[in-house]
Design a protein around this ligand. Structure first.
Ligand code: HEM
Ligand code: HEM
Length: 184
């Protein structure tokens, strides 16, 4: 089923979750590799990949938020306490925010650095601010800090998913993986 049900995630939400997850994991490797690689054509290619995949994540998040607004999430398992529900809600909202703000800072950074760039070597990314070296330096720090915040949040997110599966033994991980309810 494409749409969410009261108890589980539909195929569209699951596809968007796992596609964005794979791309975001790749982004940490690509961003880090692009920064530390010695100056060479490979370094420039790594940057094109990093920025292109980042813009793809931004676009997919637009689709994801629209889909999420049109498709209410499945309800939390009954055993979850108010505190756990609150923590899950805050964590998910922060993930959505960071997945928008982080690529957006990359886009502004790229504009401030005055580097012309084509998404996947095809489409020119329009500049959103004029070249400004001081601004670019600040944004490098902001981009890195937000990246570390996202990394920390993801450790907690994955930890929570594993806790649901192995400790609480509820449906939460299974319904995001298969869209089915846990049996047995
Ligand atoms: C970069 C990696 C990831 C990102 C950005 C991410 C982001 C998100 C977001 C934003 C939600 C909330 C969905 C919503 O309410 O609309 C979510 C849900 C979920 N994520 Fe992830 N996730 C990532 C990786 C993972 C991994 C590796 C796992 C498993 C180990 C996982 C397990 C889950 C589960 C089980 C839910 C559903 C929670 C529920 O049913 O209420 N995620 N994820
Ligand atoms: C989900 C999206 C993104 C994530 C998770 C991400 C993450 C990262 C990380 C971890 C680094 C390495 C930081 C360092 O070692 O200093 C980095 C660097 C960088 N990113 Fe991103 N990024 C994303 C999107 C983007 C986008 C869309 C752009 C541009 C269009 C971009 C442009 C850059 C640039 C120019 C650097 C190098 C900064 C420097 O020289 O210190 N990023 N990114």
């Amino acid at each position: 089923m494409l749409r969410n049900t009261e108890r589980s995630w539909g195929a569209a939400a699951r596809l968007l979750h796992w596609l964005v997850a794979v791309l975001v994991f790749a982004q940490f490797g690509l961003g880090w590799a692009a920064v530390v690689w010695p100056l060479s054509p490979t370094k420039l290619d790594l940057f094109v990949w990093h920025k292109s995949v980042g813009m793809l994540v931004l676009a997919l998040m637009g689709v994801r938020i629209a889909w999420r607004l049109a498709n209410p999430a499945p309800v939390f398992p009954e055993q979850m306490t108010q505190l756990e529900r609150g923590a899950a809600w805050v964590g998910h909202v922060l993930l959505y925010l960071l997945l928008i703000v982080l690529p957006a800072t990359g886009w502004i950074l790229n504009s401030a650095a005055g580097i012309p760039f084509r998404i996947f070597w095809l489409v020119e990314l329009p500049a959103v601010v004029a070249p400004d070296e001081a601004l670019a330096d600040v944004l490098k720090l902001v981009h890195l800090t937000l990246g570390m915040a996202l990394g920390t949040l993801l450790v907690a997110h994955i930890g929570a998913a594993l806790r649901h599966h192995f400790v609480l033994r509820d449906d939460v991980l299974v319904r995001m993986l298969t869209g089915m309810r846990r049996s047995g």
